[in-house]
Write a protein that binds this ligand. Structure first.
Ligand SMILES: [Zn+2]
Length: 243
């Protein structure tokens, strides 16, 4: 990625944040942020205030998602906070706050947050190299991550809502399929029952016809055959109805 051209006066948060710009071994532009302060767990680190924040119409590498359809441009050095699977801070978007993580924050510690905790969709996922014990590996927007990849992580309200909807939708699709399958089984069995009914009626009719043809004749089947109407023939004829 090309270096982000700041539109703001740097440093934007000189009392709490040091931004380190550099290049990695592949000569790619990199940047990271380090905390200048120590904080207890969940204490307020910084506010995402307006200004400098401005609403953004869509997600970019310089925005944070703060609602189902709401994004904001940070317009400050806070944009240089990288992703980690064991983040040191939390972007709590409902109160536009950046909080110390569950372990608190130490002076000199890198500032990181868990990208899918705010981002539903990400233009491009990436293989995380955070190197932490609980690294999730591939990181995309929450939409594209399974529950396994999100387990144990702080997630903002809009992400939780969207995940619930995603799961409901998936469940609905699955139920829909089962329902269609059920319908087709019911239909198939219904046809079989109808066929069985017809076959039963045909056999009954054949039996009646056989009885009528043999009544009063002492020679039984032999004489029926002589009349050219055998019981098998009658049954076969009756069964034609159902074939
Ligand atoms: Zn990771």
């Amino acid at each position: 990625m090309a270096p982000l051209k700041p539109t703001w006066t740097q440093p934007s948060h000189p009392s709490i944040q040091t931004v380190i710009h550099g290049q990695n071994s592949s000569q790619e532009y990199t940047s990271k942020s380090v905390s200048k302060i120590s904080l207890p767990p969940f204490a307020l680190y910084a506010k995402m205030a307006f200004p400098p924040c401005t609403p953004a119409s869509e997600a970019t590498y310089a925005t944070v998602q703060c609602g189902r359809d709401a994004h904001l441009n940070l317009n400050s050095d806070l944009v240089y906070i990288n992703h980690s699977c064991e983040p040191s801070v939390i972007f709590e978007t409902s109160t536009l706050s950046i909080l110390a993580g569950p372990k608190g924050l130490k002076e000199g510690e890198e500032l990181t947050f868990f990208y899918p905790s705010t981002e539903w969709e990400m233009a491009q996922g990436f293989d995380c190299l955070c190197g932490t014990g609980s690294c999730k590996g591939w990181i995309g927007g929450a939409k594209d991550m399974g529950w396994e990849g999100l387990k144990g992580m702080y997630l903002n309200g809009h992400i939780r809502e969207l995940l619930e909807e995603r799961d409901e939708e998936r469940k609905g699709k699955m139920n829909g399929k089962t329902k269609a399958e059920e319908d087709s089984v019911v239909k198939m069995l219904g046809v079989s029952v109808e066929q069985a009914k017809k076959a039963f009626e045909a056999v009954e009719q054949a039996l009646e016809a056989y009885k009528r043809n043999t009544s009063g004749k002492v020679s039984g089947i032999g004489s029926v055959r002589e009349n050219g109407i055998g019981s098998r023939a009658l049954i076969d004829e009756a069964l034609l109805v159902v074939r």
